[in-house]
Design a protein around this ligand. Structure first.
Ligand code: KG4
Ligand code: ZN
Length: 337
């Protein structure tokens, strides 16, 4: 007998198929099938390719997650799955699968907001992480600053008005011929570079919690084209480090604007961009300087995974909230909507 719920979590909102077994907030197993390679030759995620890959990966991954956790499906207390936001076709694969499984096993079915999963992820490794907290969520699809007032009570303080931070990394890396995904490529290319070599713009200074990254892209493209024409292209590490600094500066500034605004004593992060080494170091410095606790998940829990979905379901199941059988995916779902 366990006192904490034993939950199977399934994530298929984008290009990672993630399945995990979580007990309360403790990860019993977590397995992943990444489609990065399938999408790399297109330079980005292709929705139809993603949906098909989820179909292929899901069944074996569920078996693997249960086997690694040493759990039989009859022992589960619930089946959780990402309901949105995300790519409609990709979401539908996981959602239908999870619903059918829950129905056939006679278990509670819990649809989870993908962003709530990211908000909860740090808790899976760090029992000291608890609301109220400010969480910076930055991935390929989203950039948001969320005030976690309590588990299940979220206020989106700010967000991007155009490109997401990860999208900016991806687009700029593609322009520079560094491949996909762009974030890790720029992170690596920045090694040894001078972050102050080129001063790229930091947008939306007058809006304390919102982001805009499309101007940065235009600025980088224009300045590199001019440099090329003049035959004076700056070294790649300097360009990469300067781009990274422009994005990181804004993410860090606005996160701590939110800390000041709310008086929250803790900061956390989630989403693929939080794997960025410079961002992690800058958040660390800033949190230490202000005496605020910082809870950054290891990179594997920053990116999409099934454990964060199961962890978020723990909150809902404890509160007695489950999802109705007739519910459908919500590709455009908002955390505070
Ligand atoms: O959370 P995630 O795995 O998927 C979603 O978009 O939901 O995030 C992927 C994004 C991509 O844009 C990728 O370029 C970015 O996270 N990323 C990084 C790094 N690793 C992944 N960005 C900057 N630095 C990194 N080290
Ligand atoms: Zn994500």
């Amino acid at each position: 007998m366990t006192t904490e719920p034993l939950i199977l979590g399934i994530e298929t909102s984008c290009d990672e198929t993630g399945v995990a077994v979580v007990e309360g907030f403790g990860v019993r197993s977590s397995v992943l099938s990444s489609q990065t390679e399938a999408h790399a030759r297109f330079g980005g995620v292709v929705p139809e390719v993603a949906a098909r890959a989820h179909v292929e990966a899901l069944r074996p991954l569920v078996h693997l997650a249960l086997a690694r956790a040493g759990v039989h499906s009859d022992d589960l207390d619930g089946i959780a799955v990402t309901q949105g936001p995300g790519l409609a076709g990709a979401l539908m694969v996981g959602f239908s699968f999870a619903k059918a499984l829950a129905w056939s096993l006679g278990k509670p079915f819990i649809g989870i907001d993908h962003m709530e999963g990211h908000l909860v992820a740090p808790r899976l490794e760090d029992a000291d992480y608890a609301p109220p907290a400010i969480v910076l969520l930055a991935s390929g699809g989203h950039s948001q600053i969320v005030h976690v007032r309590a588990w299940g009570d979220y206020e989106v303080l700010g967000e991007t008005i155009d490109d997401a931070a990860g999208e900016a990394f991806d687009k700029l890396a593609r322009f520079m011929g560094l491949g996909y995904p762009g974030g890790p490529a720029i992170d690596v290319a920045s090694d040894g570079g001078d972050p102050d070599a080129i001063r790229y713009p930091r947008a939306l200074r007058d809006r304390p919690f919102d982001f805009s990254f499309s101007g940065l892209k235009t600025s980088v493209v224009t300045s590199l084209q001019k440099a090329k024409e003049a035959g004076d292209v700056p070294p790649l590490p300097d360009v990469a480090a300067s781009i990274q600094e422009a994005i990181v500066d804004v993410l860090v500034d606005k996160t701590f604007n939110a800390v000041e605004h709310t008086g929250a004593g803790a900061v956390a992060g989630g989403g693929g961009v939080l794997a960025n080494r410079r961002l992690r170091a800058r958040l660390d410095e800033e949190a230490a300087a202000r005496g605020v606790d910082l809870h950054l998940p290891t990179p594997a829990l920053c990116t999409d995974n099934g454990a964060m979905i199961a962890g978020a379901a723990t909150i809902h199941l404890r509160a007695g909230r489950t999802t109705e059988w007739h519910a459908d995916v919500r590709p455009g779902q908002r955390l505070d909507g």
